[in-house]
Each structure stands twice: as C-alpha cells, then as structure tokens.
Design a binder for this molecule. Structure first.
Ligand code: ASP
Ligand code: MG
Length: 422
C-alpha cells in the first residue's frame, strides 16, 4: 500500500485536478490512500469566516459566495450536470453558511469547525470527479480515523486508537469492498466525542505520515510544485540544488529550523517505521524527485539554507542587575512555556538573555506583561533569521553581504545568523 499527499496548489484549478487524476491513475498497481488538502488558498479564506472574527454580515455572505463560486465553477467543468456530487457540494456550502453565522464560543474550537470545510469540500469534489471519469474510489471521512484530544487547532494524536481505526476503516475498504483507491482529507481529525479538530496549519503532510505509519505503508509521496527537496527556498534563492537523498534526522532538523518544504511533525512517524518519503513534482511526475530515508548523509553534499523573515528579538535583563542564572532563567522559561512560545534561537550573557521568535504582537504584549515587573525588556523587529547547514566563511559572507549581524551562533555543522532585513 502507498500513501500520496496532494497539497492545495496541486488541486487549485480544473487543469491541476485533471493532472492529479493522471498521476493517481498511473499508480494503481497497489492499493493507494490519497490525502488531499483544501483547494488553493481556501484555508486562508475560511479563517476569515470563523465566528467572532470581525466582519459585517455582508462580508460574510460575500466570502461564502466567493468560495462557492470558485469550487462550483471548477466542479461544473469537471462533472456531468446531473452528477450527485454537485448537490452534495451545495449542501456543504449551506452547512458552512450555518456554521459561520453561529455565535462565537472559543476561538480554537470555532476555528476547527469552520476551517475543516476546506478539506471536506475538496475531497468530495475530487472523489466525485475521479469516479465520474472511471477512476473508481471510495471517499473516507478521516475524522473517523485520526483521533486527537480536544486541543483544538493543534490536536494531539492518539496513535493507538488511530491505528486501530485506520486498519478497521481503510483495510475493510481495500479488502472487503475490494477498492484500490481511497480519497481522504489532510489536516483534520476527530475527538472521541466526534467533534472536528485540526492538526495545525499545513498539517496535511502530517496526516499522510500518520496514515502511513498506522497502515504500514510501503512508501509515502508528497506531490509538490518543486522538483524535490531543494537546498533553499526558490522564493529566496536563484540557483537552488536538488538534494536527492536526505537522512530522516536531517529532514527533522531542517523542518525544525523552518524549511517550508515539509511540516515539522511529518518525519517522526515514518522514521519510526523506516518508511521512505518521496517528494516529487506534480508538474513533472516522471522526474526522480527526492527521498527522505535511512541514509548516512545528504546527497549531494552541499550547503543548505533556510530563511525566516519577520523575526522578533527580545533581550531580557533583570532590573536588579543580578546575573542571568538558573532562577532568572526559570522564571523566563516558565512564561515562555505557558504562552506556548516557539523560540527559534536563544543566547545569554552575564546580564541579559536574548531570544528570537516569529513576530507576533499578541504574544509580545503577553510576554511583556508577565515579565516587566522584574525585568527590563528591549526588542527589535523586522529581522531575518538565516540558518546555514554545512557552511563555510565564504558562504556566510556572500549571504550576509554587508548586512548587520545582530546575533550569531555556530556549531560544527550549522550556523544561525540573525540579521537586519535588506
Ligand atoms: N489546508 C490546510 C492549510 O492550508 C492544511 C494543508 O494545506 O496542509 O494549512
Ligand atoms: Mg497547503
């Protein structure tokens, strides 16, 4: 069995969905589970529809119409006029209308109930289309398979329940109902009580990896708009090099530092079972792509670059000029843990502790509120964090190109440079 994941960009138009159908049809020699994200930028639009997010009733209606026109416009070009999928899509938009007009409860709960429509709608459309062109498949509601706790917006997966449910639901479709192809959703999951949760933005890669783990897949493949795992994001870098082989651990490190090609939680489940993860181009599906697997080192060996924009540097100094020692650090870390702050880099001197994080005004204010009675806080915004693995001085000089380095850390293999934006 294999697991494929198609992200929003691979299913954002009539042509894209037809292309995806070709790729799927070419890989049916063994049972296949296909995990699909919301189409195009749908999740961003749905985030505006969450109850409690400020908007007028007219704006709300407009957003629903915009999303409905987009999806039905595509569906009508792909499906015969009397296909029952069209009716089903109308019903889903009616439900979305209802959900988005409800009174707000808590933001995270409302988030998951609203934003999950993106994946339900995309998979309904795609499953219907594939069936209509003879690529016979079963639509599966992944909320009945992937079980999480009630940590809305970032559900924690219960792997044991998920494994049992996955084998039950998916294997019965493959074995008893004799299908070869399952279409299901990325990003969303369900609680024991049956409410919808999500796994965090860009979580569909993780969904595919959870299913690969639970079903003992032979391999997992993420289909992307890039030729594979590149040594830098082509948005920031002109001459990228494709890395053909990436060890599991290296992939985890890169995702942790912010390589956007893969969601940070994705690698661990498949690493545990030694399942290889292919990253391939949906634009050129026969090209080789990259493989994350049980390798010794990356191949070819070349510097790897990760850029994170919009960074915030906070420096924290005890007001009484006491040293930054264990007691002060403990106070600071307790606040960071409580606020769920993801620290991208940290450093301390005798009298000051500095941390770098993604800029977030709400979090910054909460940190200040909690620490300013004992500490003096100064901060800089608009910074860029550059991580280079397998660096040398020439490369650093070239990348920094005269910009002001505010903070730098080096280990044998990795350097982090926090610099002023260009
Ligand atoms: N649709 C979700 C998002 O845009 C999940 C995903 O695409 O992986 O974040
Ligand atoms: Mg996406």
């Amino acid at each position: 069995m294999q697991v494929f994941k198609f992200g929003g960009a691979s299913v954002n138009s009539v042509e894209a969905i037809k292309n995806m159908a070709h790729i799927v049809a070419d890989h049916l020699e063994e049972p296949l589970v296909v995990v699909v994200s919301a189409m195009g930028k749908t999740t961003n639009l749905l985030e505006k529809l969450i109850p409690g997010v400020p908007k007028s009733e007219e704006e709300r209606k407009q957003l629903i119409t915009q999303s409905k026109d987009y999806h039905l416009g595509i569906a009508q070009q792909l499906l015969p006029y009397n296909d029952p999928t069209l009716e089903r899509l109308h019903q889903l938009f009616d439900q979305l209308d209802k959900t988005s007009s409800q009174n707000p409860t808590t933001y995270n709960f409302d988030y998951d109930q609203t934003v999950s429509f993106g994946e339900i709608i995309s998979t309904t459309l795609i499953s219907g289309y594939l069936n209509s062109v003879g690529i016979s498949n079963k639509w599966v509601d992944v909320r009945q398979i992937i079980r999480t706790d009630e940590n809305y917006r970032e559900g924690i997966v219960d792997f044991e329940t998920t494994r049992l449910q996955a084998q039950d639901v998916i294997n019965s479709k493959f074995k008893i109902q004799n299908s070869k192809l399952i279409i299901t959703q990325g990003f969303i999951a369900g609680t024991a009580a049956g409410t919808t949760t999500t796994l965090g933005r860009e979580g569909s890669d993780y969904s595919a990896s959870i299913l690969s783990y639970c079903l003992d897949a032979n391999s997992m493949t993420i289909w992307k708009d890039v030729p594979g795992f590149l040594n830098a994001d082509p948005k920031f870098f002109a001459n990228t090099i494709k890395i053909n082989k990436i060890p599991f651990n290296e992939a985890i490190e890169l995702a942790y530092y912010g390589a956007s090609v893969i969601h940070p939680k994705t690698v661990k489940p498949i690493q545990n079972k030694g399942i290889r993860l292919n990253i391939k181009s949906f634009i050129d599906p026969s090209a080789e792509g990259s493989v994350i697997g049980p390798f010794e080192s990356i191949e070819p060996m070349t510097p790897l670059y990760i850029f994170k924009n919009n960074q915030l540097l906070i420096s924290i100094q005890p007001k009484d000029f006491s040293f930054i020692a264990e007691d002060n650090l403990q106070t600071i870390f307790a606040v960071l843990a409580k606020l769920n702050v993801r620290v991208n880099m940290m450093q301390n001197s005798a009298l000051s502790f500095s941390l770098c994080m993604d800029y977030n005004e709400i979090l910054l204010n909460q940190i200040r509120e909690k620490l300013e009675s004992h500490f003096r806080l100064v901060y800089n915004t608009g910074l860029q964090l550059i991580t280079i693995r397998y660096y040398n001085q020439m490369i650093i000089d070239e990348i920094v190109a005269g910009r002001n380095i505010i903070l730098q850390q080096r280990s044998r293999t990795t350097t982090h440079l926090l610099v002023d934006s260009k």
